[in-house]
Each structure stands twice: as C-alpha cells, then as structure tokens.
Design a protein around this ligand. Sequence first.
Ligand code: AHR
Length: 323
Amino acid sequence: MAASRRGTLALLCAAAVATLTLSTQGYAQDKQITLGFAQVGAESAWRTANTESVKSAAADAHVKLKFSDAQQKQENQIKAIRSYIAQKVDVIAFSPVVESGWEPVLREAKAAKIPVILTDRSIDVKDPSLYVTMIGSDFLEEGRRGGKWLEDHYKDQSGPINIAELQGTVGSAPANDRHSGLMEVIKDDPKFKIIASQSGDFTLAGGKQVMEAFIKTYGNKINVVYAHNDDMALGAIQAMEEAGMHPGKDITVVSFDATKGGFQAMAAGKMNVDVECSPLLGPQLMEAAKAVAAGKTLPKRIVTTETVFPADVAAATLPSRKY
Ligand code: AHR
C-alpha cells in the first residue's frame, strides 16, 4: 500500500485499532447467516491452518460457510466474490492474494449491499468504505521485528552482512510489508546488504528452487537468509543442506509464521528466529461477520497479537504450538 495512503488510513483508524472482543453471546439466537469466504489457496502450512480455523469456527458459530480456494490467482478470487454476490450471501470475507485491483468487484458488492470483511491480507483501495474491517497481522511490524532481531544478533560484528531474501507472492501485502519492515530497520546501517531478492511464492518448492539459484550465484557470500515464510525457509534449508552448508550455523535463517515446521527447524538448530504470524483468525472472523450482519459497527482494523520466537525457546514451546 502506498505510504501516504497507509498513513491516512492509519490516522483514520488509529483510535479504532483493537482486538475484537465482541461476545458471541447475544448473537446466539439470531438467524443463521451465510458467509462466502474466498481463500487465497493452499500454498503453505500457515494457509492450511487458516482454512481449518475458518471452517471449524464457522461450524462452532453456526455460520453457513461457502468456501472457495483461488489457487493463488486473483481472477479466481474475483470470480468467487462475484458468485457470492449472485448468491446473495449475508457477508463476504476474503484474504486477498495481492493488494491492488479490487475496486471493481468491491463496488459490485457494495452496490448489492453485501458487507465485505478482509482477513489476513490488506488491500490498496482509495475508498475504504469498500470493506467493513480488516482482521489480521501487522506485516510491516513483523518485518521490523525480523530486522531488529538481525540488528541485535549482529550488534558486535562488523560487515558486510549479506542478506538473501526469499520474498512471498509478488504484490501481496505480507511480501511488500515484510520487505519494507526490514528495510526500515537496516537502511541506515551500511553493514547490512540485501545481495539477492526473489519470490518463492510462499511455497516450499519455490523457496528451495530460489535458494539453489542464490547458492549457485553467491555461494558462501550469503550470511543471512530472510525468508518471508516458514515453507520457503524450510525449502531453503533443504537447498543449503544439499549444497553441504549448515543452515542456522554458518548461515543465519530468519523466518515468519512460527508454524510447527518452523519450530522443528529451530529445535534442530537449522533456523535462528521465527517471527509469529497467527493464522487462527476463524473465531474473530465469525464474530465480526455476525456482528456486521446484525448491523453493528466494527473497528476498521483488528490487529492480531503476536510475538517473536528465537531458536532457544523452540524446544520448550513446540509442544504447545497449535499450527
Ligand atoms: O498472508 C499470510 C502469509 O501467507 C503467510 O506468512 C504465508 O505462510 C502464507 O502463505
């Protein structure tokens, strides 16, 4: 999202930023609502957990769920949203694959008086009335957290510290913001250099393939792998091991999501830090959908509470990870 627009939105919404604490009690007697949910795809362990969270929360909240998987293609999500409009669902929710290009279909939803809730990823639109609320992580802050961890990790070391970045899906909010958050932190420290940056599309296979190419070009010059999610980090770890390298030891691995796979890699000493991004958004989404269908006003932005897990807490924390 453009910085100025992000700033304006932040100002507009600052007072409203809060964790949704609406109680489902009070909606229990309401008529059943139908929610059309257009999911991004099934690209990662995070996404699988997110889908499971949405489906089980819908069943628990007695919400009739219509679910579609866009296979990481914006045109499929747009088709799904149009079909939910045609079916006159009560509420539409979606996790937008990329940030731009949503105005036309959202105007159609608005004209049909169907409220739209964004989950997980944000969009870049001039008219914020095109959606009711956005529930999910602050990806920019996640990027800053990854950058600050790196700064601290290398505080006593001189440069250059060469970073190879495995980006998420091109044009997606988490890829844009996790990159920008890192840049914000390291831009004034000449010791850090991003020597390679390419998208692995948030998949394990993509992360492995891009890392193999990075190793061919840069070899031992790489000091840090900054992977925008755990699946790509795990693919990169495989590539490094196949090349005889020791991820987590001679190459520092920074990742995002904090899935069980990420924790297992940290416990095995192959990943150094995992910045949390929770996919367990289903219960908040159902509360928000019921509230909006009941005519309640919601905060424009509902931010997920998250933390950072360095490798030394992995073994103790792994048994309690829920995704
Ligand atoms: O939008 C959230 C991101 O999408 C997660 O970090 C990633 O694993 C997923 O595919």
